[in-house]
Design a protein around this ligand. Sequence first.
Ligand code: HBI
Length: 357
Amino acid sequence: MLKLLFLSTPVGPLGSGVGGGVELTLFNLAKEMNRRGHQVKIVAPQYSSLPNITCQEIPGVWQDMVQNSTRDAPIILLQNSVLANMWNFAKEVENDYDLIVNFAFDWLPLYLTPFFKRTIAHLISMGSTTNAIDSMIHQVAKSFPYTIGIHTQEQAKTFPFLENFYILGNGIDISLYEFCDNPSNDFSWIGRISPEKGLEDAILAAKDANVKLKVFGKIQDIEYWKNIQADYSNADFQYEGFFSTEKLQEKIRTSKAILVTPKWVEAFGNVIIESLACGVPVIAYKRGGPAALVKHGETGFLVTPDSVNELVYAINNIGEINRERCRHQAEINYSLQVLGDRFEKWMLMLNKINKSK
Ligand code: HBI
């Protein structure tokens, strides 16, 4: 039995959607490791709330989203930073735990690693973003082999220098997603509404294919959202809102397919396995994590990145895809059981290294 201290992303409270896929991953891992008899304590920004799990809430100013910064951006630590406050707390309590797991994609936790007695496992949730964070990831990977965890090989490729990393994949609680075999004619797009997610391509493709697009997710970048509404006012898309898992799957399961149009290298693509679990085929750019998740012609289509025309072609041919195969792929490859096995193996391996220190 391991006692694990999970440190959340500092960009906003867990449950708010600001942290995107990391929120779901952190919650699922805590749930699964507790189910397996380990003890997980979550440290997160104030006002975090997760179903049936208490968080140690830490006050302080949220960290800016790193994907908005340029490659050579300096490290910014704000006055009363929640990130710094969370890691001060971790320093105080580290002896009560076997391992610390960092879910933040930030420079500070990586920099602090050698100053902690306990081994810190870093779950890196994005592809390469800034030089300063890249070099700190590299530093930790060299000094502490296998403490850098990532989701896919595709994501690893964005860190050319990376060595000795541990591949986790990802997983969801399949039992929360209900299979649907009689879809409507609508398509869906799910994600943080922010430039790197490429919503405009999905709107254009749906318009050209003359199908309705439903948009789900947190409006993260208001300016970007206003521009989309202005630029595509004559397109048939409907903003549905941001929902937690239970409600989200209820609303997306009847989709004919989802469109996944990232402009950046998506580390994984939680929305893809959530859709597959509902039997919803996936049309995605062949870029990043999605390229490793969608089985072309079987559970959806992978198209040339940024090609709206190919999205349209895929929309027109999506009827070929067998929805039961989509559900089956999620059950086999992306269940909490599969993720839990890989994560537990990672923790046990690091704990052995811990012991030998
Ligand atoms: N930005 N600074 C910072 N720290 C994070 O942990 C972070 C982020 N941006 C996005 C993000 N995490 C998550 O949405 C990832 O899943 C992408």
